[in-house]
Every structure is written in C-alpha cells, then in structure tokens.
Design a protein around this ligand. Structure first.
Ligand code: HEM
Length: 420
C-alpha cells in the first residue's frame, strides 16, 4: 500500500512522515484529497522543498504565494520550453509517432510572445460580450432539461455538457457534432496508459482528423462575413490569418484544451464548495449579485490546475534554498492559494471576499491564463442561470476525484435539484 495514503487517521500519519521523504507528486494524494495536509506541512516547515526521489524524478516544490509569484514572473531564469521538459511535473517526452504541436504555453520569448499576441484578440473582453447571449441561451436550455428531485451525476449531466456546449458556442462548431470537441480535448492531453487512446500513432491520427475538420471550417469562414466566433475572428484578423499549419492547429488545441477540464471542474467544484459551506450558500441564495465575486473565489478554491512547472536556466536562490541550473521547479498553485500569509482565512470558502481575484489559479507573468476573463464569464452566466431555476443544488453523496497531480478534477458528484 502507498504509505503516503494515510487513512483513516490522515493528519497524524502525515505529521509523522520525515519532511525529506514527502513526495507531493503522487496522483493518489490528489485523488484521496489528503494533499492539502501535505502542503500545510510544507508551507509551515519547508516552503521550498526538494524531493530527491519520485516517479517523476527529483523536483523542487514551491508552496508559498510570494515565492510562486517570484518564480512565475521570472521567465528569464525559469523556462517553460517543451524541449527542457515543459510545463508539467511530468516531462513532455518527445515520442516517436507523436504529433509535436506548437503551443505557446510551452515556449519562452520571443516566440511565446509573438504567438500569444496572434490569438489574444480572439478572447478580448469586447468580443466575449458578443458571445454572452448565445452562451446564456444554450446554458438555460441544458438546465431546463434536468430532472427535479431525483439523484443524478452533476459531472456527467451538467459540467461536461455545459463545457462542451460553451466550447461549441465559442467556435460556432456544428452543434450536433459538438462531442467531437470533448473527444479531441481528451485525446490531446492523453497518454496511452490512460486508455483514452491506444498508442501515440492513434493519437496522431485523431489530431490530424481534428485539424482537417477545423481547416474546413476555417476555409468556409474566411470567405464569409466576419462573425463573432473564435474561428472567424482568427481567420479575419491580420495577426492570425496566415499562421503555418502546426501553429494553427497547436493554438486551436490550446484554446480547446485550456478551457475544457478547467471550466468543467470549476462548475463541479463550485457546487461542492457551496454544499460544504451552507452559510455561504444562504448568502448566495439571498443575494445573487454576489455571483461575480463568487466566481473568482470558486476558481481559487478549486484551483483547477494544481501546478505549473519550470526548468531553471541558471543557479538561483529562493527561500534560502539553492536551486541549480537544470533543476525542475514546481509552483504548487493549490498550496499558494491556501497560504494564510497572502490570503486572509485562506482555508475558508467565502463568496464575498474583498479582493477575490487575489489568487494564483491563472498563474502570473507572461504565461498568465489568456482565457481568464472568458472562464469567469462562462461561470458567471452558468451560476446566474442555475440561480434563476434552482433554490439548491444539493450534494447527496461523496464526490469522486481524478487520479492526477495536474488537473484537480471531480469525476462524479451525485446531486438532487430543488426548484425555485
Ligand atoms: C494558461 C489556468 C481557462 C486558455 C493558463 C495557465 C493556467 C491556466 C494556470 C498557465 C499560467 C502560467 O504558466 O503562469 C486556467 C484556469 C481556467 C482556465 C484555472 C478556468 C477556470 C482557460 C480558458 C481558455 C484558456 C477558458 C480559453 C481560451 C489558456 C491559454 C494559456 C493558458 C491559451 C496559455 C497562456 C500563455 O502561455 O501565455 N491557464 N485556465 N484558459 N490558458 Fe487558461
């Protein structure tokens, strides 16, 4: 048995592990939700911590808010380059047969900056405003189909459906085929061990299919009047219309993947958080104008991406520890978002915080989430539509969590709806 899965007396067992043996890379700790206890210890005893041995090799953990900011905003020393390992604790290996997409999230300047600039207009607030009524109408239609007073799985029936619906709306993707987007998003992030694809070759084939599909949509829209979907916006923008093929596909995939699991798990995480904090749920019920403050709080609380990783390009001191050139450095956003020295009552979910955007879930610096306003917009619309229809989304059983050290995911959440 995994000695770091500490059930039932988790706190006592975790407190007895020698600090140098703590390894927070284990996906099981996120799945059984004991990870917070490990981060509490690291922040208190050794906020910059070196793990010598793990299934992902040696790595540094950065666990406090200010230290994470210092790393995230110092891209000259801490690189995101795919060829050095990329942005996740597990190295991005170059595998024969895999399709190596160009994604600016795993690039350093100057290429990162040029590519990011090319697609930024697609998620500008003024453009997103145009999408709001369409997202709202479709979200309402999905919620109106749900059963009242009966148990069902919120993740399957709502979180996945709403996220897919939103993606399809953003791209103005053929509505009946919208589950293709969910599939491509899953395939793009899948390794063969997950069972989602059989091999890297199979993955490559599917992604080429995805590219061809998008190419057809692109070619149609470039010859039409500009519209307000992301494909049309990119096809007509001087900054993006002439992208080479792998750049076009890579950046499209980044827009699809970037907003998929993250938003899905924020939708489920919000329901769970409100049920765990009944006083906060009562506040929301009494005053739905709090939704715009609650949304960033949900994103902090859930922290849909637990970490981003960097590789040190030179020796660097942080928190009194000497990081060496080539070392793997992991910024644990999930831990920084619970750091009491930066966020008041960080271990509580509070929907009317004074400064709710003061969190790390979107990262900082040059790679700060490009879709952050889009993510907030989607969640705001969804919660406004939920509030109009249901006085309560009641969690009726234990949530099940994803076996992953990167995506903080909820895979099943039994609920029952109470009509307003
Ligand atoms: C980057 C989180 C939604 C597109 C990132 C990063 C994080 C993140 C942590 C990396 C930041 C860093 O390295 O400093 C989230 C969360 C979301 C969300 C928590 C939802 C709650 C979205 C959406 C889109 C999106 C809806 C779609 C447009 C991107 C892109 C990047 C990015 C394109 C790369 C930015 C760059 O490298 O310059 N996101 N994201 N994200 N995200 Fe999001």
């Amino acid at each position: 048995m995994d000695s770091q899965i500490a059930e039932p007396d988790a706190a006592a067992r975790i407190a007895s592990i020698p600090i140098e043996e703590i390894d927070v890379a284990r996906p099981s700790l996120f799945q059984n939700d004991t990870i917070g206890l490990f981060f509490d210890r690291l922040r208190a005893e050794e906020p910059v911590h070196y793990c010598r041995e793990s299934y992902v090799g040696p790595y540094w953990s950065i666990t406090k808010f200010d230290d994470i900011m210092a790393v995230d905003t110092n891209h000259k020393v801490f690189s995101s380059e795919a060829k050095l390992g990329g942005i996740a604790i597990q190295d991005m290996h170059s595998v024969e047969g895999a399709l190596e997409l160009e994604m600016f999230i795993a690039m350093d300047p100057p290429k990162h900056d040029q590519q990011r600039k090319a697609v930024t207009p697609a998620v500008a607030p003024s453009n997103l405003q145009l999408l709001e009524p369409i997202i709202r109408k479709r979200a309402g239609e999905i919620l109106d189909e749900l059963p009242i007073g009966e148990d069902f799985d919120w993740v399957d029936k709502v979180a996945i459906e709403l996220t897919t619906m939103t993606l399809a709306t953003l791209f103005d993707f053929p509505w009946e085929e919208r589950r293709k987007l969910t599939r491509w998003s899953d395939v793009a992030t899948a390794a063969p061990e997950t069972g989602i694809v059989e091999s890297y070759e199979a993955r490559r084939e599917e992604l080429i299919g995805c590219a061809m599909y998008f190419k057809t949509l692109w070619d149609e829209r470039i010859n039409e009047e500009p519209k307000n979907d992301l494909i049309s916006m990119m096809a007509h923008s001087p900054a993006t219309r002439d992208m080479p093929f792998l750049e076009f596909l890579g950046n499209l995939m980044l827009l699809i993947v970037g907003g998929n699991d993250t938003t899905r798990n924020s939708i489920s995480g919000g329901v769970l958080a409100l049920n765990q904090s009944p006083d906060e749920y009562a506040k929301l019920d009494a005053d739905p104008s709090l939704i715009s403050k609650m949304v960033p709080e949900i994103i902090r609380w859930q922290t849909p991406l637990t970490h981003m990783r960097r590789t040190a390009l030179e020796d660097w001191e942080i928190g009194g520890k000497q990081i060496k050139k080539g070392d793997k450095v992991v910024m644990w956003y999930l831990s920084g978002n619970r750091d009491e020295s930066a966020i008041e009552r960080a271990d509580q979910f509070i929907i009317d915080r004074k400064n709710p955007r003061h969190h790390l879930s979107f990262g900082y610096g040059i790679h700060r989430c490009m879709g952050n306003r889009l993510a907030e917009l989607q969640l705001r619309i969804i919660w406004e539509e939920i509030h109009k229809r249901f006085s309560r989304v009641e969690v009726t059983g234990e949530p099940e969590r994803l076996f992953s050290n990167l995506v903080r995911g909820i895979t099943r959440l039994p609920v029952r709806l109470h009509a307003r």
